[in-house]
Every structure is written in structure tokens, then in C-alpha cells.
Design a protein around this ligand. Structure first.
Ligand code: SAM
Length: 278
């Protein structure tokens, strides 16, 4: 991953006390902001929703490129500031929790583009929530804790590989773009950050199995990742079942590829194949 240099622009938080419970670390690094917008490459007329616009560090340059955009923000004080700064024609503000937001409602005329410097404390449930709308989405660009980006993009056999890797890679092509250092934010987070791009796979590339079946197998397999699959998966499969799918019963979950998990999910008792249903 490429590392960006930075120059600080201004104290974006002036007059707003950042709220830890909303994961508020505001971007104040002009070079990073420009690099993120460059990676997104927004074009006029596209439908883009920004999650957690905060004080508008990304919203403003996105608006300049798009002409109009949607944002989802939970903090009432920040919503009031956004309302004062942008007209409703420029920025449609959806006040509320992104975890409960119906992203499909914005993808009526064209596939939706999604972006944001996400609140790190809810990033995993948010990514799973967003995955449900993958068939309405063109792409997603997010700032996340670097460790989470590594988990999203991890390959089988690595220590970062787990449920998040398998479930998101089953639905998206994933790509880690660049790292962002804590000094690029105000206040600086305790962790390093990184930008990730997720592009939904076309139907033909999706695994021929339900997300629910895949999720069941993957969650149980990784629930005790140090244990052998013959033990972790014994409530679902016999050793003979595993062997029939060319899975070594003595292997651990992190050794299995997405294809291995898909083969197992297909023989999960009582769940029908069909990726879209959950
Ligand atoms: N985009 C701004 C920036 O880059 O400076 C702010 C990013 S800050 C890391 C995360 C933002 O997400 C904050 O504005 C916070 O209030 C908002 N937020 C936190 N939890 C949220 C939720 N559940 N739904 C929507 N927005 C949320």
C-alpha cells in the first residue's frame, strides 16, 4: 500500500467537541482528503451517499465534483451545522443511524456510490449492513482502521483472515488503496487508518449459495479459529462430509478458501442455494 504525505489545513473541529461515542475523528489533512476524492473519482450526476459527513471535510470536495449528494449523519449538532452550510438542493441530509438506513431507497435510477470516513466503533456491523445492498451499489470507498482493511483484504492462510474477509470477499472485489496516519485527523485516533475500495461482484461471479448458509458455516468455523475443523464444525458436518468436499478435517478455519467455504455451505442441511436470500 502507498503511504500518503500530509499537510494540515485547519482545525476542523473548531466550536464542536468531538464525540467519542460517535467515533468522531475529523479529517484535517488536505492531501489525504484530495487523495480520497481522487480515488472515488466522482462525476456530475452520479448518485453518491456519504456516511458520517461530520463537519464536511469530504462532503465539500465531493459536492464540488458531483453537484449534489446524499449524507447520513447521526449527530444532531453536526446535522444543524450541515443544514446551515449546504442547501437542500446541494446536500440531502438523512438524519439518523446508518446501521438502520435503507440504502436501496437511494438507488432508484442508478447504482449507488457509497463513501465515508466511517466511525470505527461500528465499522464491522456497518459493512455487514451495507453488504445487503450490494446488488444496488456500484462501489464503496471507506476510511477504516487499518487493521480492519487488512482483515477485509486478507487471503486464506494469513492471521488477518477471518469471517469479515470471507463474507465481504464473497460479495465484493476488495482492494486496499493507501494508509492514513493518525496526524491526519483531529483528534488523532489511537490507530492507523487505511482506505479500502469494495466493488460488488456481478451475478455471474457470486457464489451459488445463500449468504445465510455461508455465514453460518464461516461464523462457526472461525468461532474457535485455533481448533481443527473436525471439532468446530462437528455440529454441522461429519468428518466424512468434510473429506467428501476435499476439506482436511484436521485443518483450521484460516486454511479454507472462499471456494472451500462455499462447497461446505452448499451441503449445509436445511438451507437452499441462492446467494441473494439471507
Ligand atoms: N467525514 C468526516 C471527516 O472525515 O472529517 C467525519 C468522520 S468521523 C470518523 C465519523 C462520522 O460518522 C461522524 O460525523 C459521526 O457523527 C458519524 N456517525 C457516527 N455514528 C454514526 C451512525 N451510526 N450513523 C451515521 N453517522 C454516524
Amino acid at each position: 500500500m502507498r503511504k500518503t504525505s500530509f499537510f494540515r489545513v485547519s482545525s476542523a473541529t473548531a466550536g464542536h467537541a468531538p464525540r467519542k461515542r460517535f467515533g468522531q475523528n475529523f479529517l484535517v489533512d488536505g492531501a489525504v482528503i484530495a487523495a480520497i476524492v481522487h480515488a472515488i473519482d466522482p462525476r456530475p450526476g452520479e448518485t453518491l451517499v456519504e456516511i458520517g459527513p461530520g463537519l464536511g471535510a469530504l462532503t465539500q470536495p465531493l459536492l464540488e465534483r458531483l453537484g449534489a449528494l446524499h449524507v447520513v449523519e447521526i449527530d444532531r449538532d453536526l446535522i444543524a451545522r450541515l443544514r446551515a452550510r449546504f442547501t437542500p438542493e446541494q446536500v440531502t441530509i438523512h438524519a439518523g443511524d446508518a446501521l438502520a438506513f435503507d440504502f436501496a431507497a437511494l438507488a432508484i435510477h442508478a447504482p449507488l456510490r457509497v463513501a465515508g470516513n466511517l466511525p470505527y466503533n461500528i465499522s464491522t456491523p456497518l459493512l455487514f449492513h451495507l453488504a445487503r445492498f450490494a446488488d444496488r451499489v456500484r462501489d464503496m470507498h471507506f476510511m477504516l482502521q487499518k487493521e480492519v482493511v487488512e482483515r477485509i483484504c486478507a487471503e486464506a492462510g494469513s492471521t488477518a483472515y477471518g469471517r469479515l474477509s470471507v463474507m465481504l470477499q464473497s460479495r465484493f472485489y476488495v482492494e486496499a488503496l493507501f494508509d492514513v496516519s493518525p496526524e491526519s485527523f483531529d483528534p488523532p485516533p489511537k490507530v492507523r487508518s487505511a482506505i479500502v475500495r469494495l466493488i460488488p461482484k456481478p451475478c455471474a461471479a457470486l457464489p451459488d449459495v445463500s449468504a445465510a448458509a455461508l455465514s453460518t458455516v464461516v461464523s462457526i468455523a472461525f468461532s474457535q479459529r485455533r481448533k481443527m475443523l473436525r471439532n468446530t464444525l462437528k455440529s454441522l458436518f461429519t468428518e466424512a462430509d468434510l473429506a467428501a468436499q476435499k476439506i482436511d478435517p484436521a485443518a483450521r478455519a484460516e486454511a479454507l478458501t472462499l471456494d472451500d467455504f462455499v462447497r461446505l455451505a452448499k451441503i449445509l442441511p436445511g438451507i437452499k442455494a441462492n446467494y441473494g436470500s439471507e
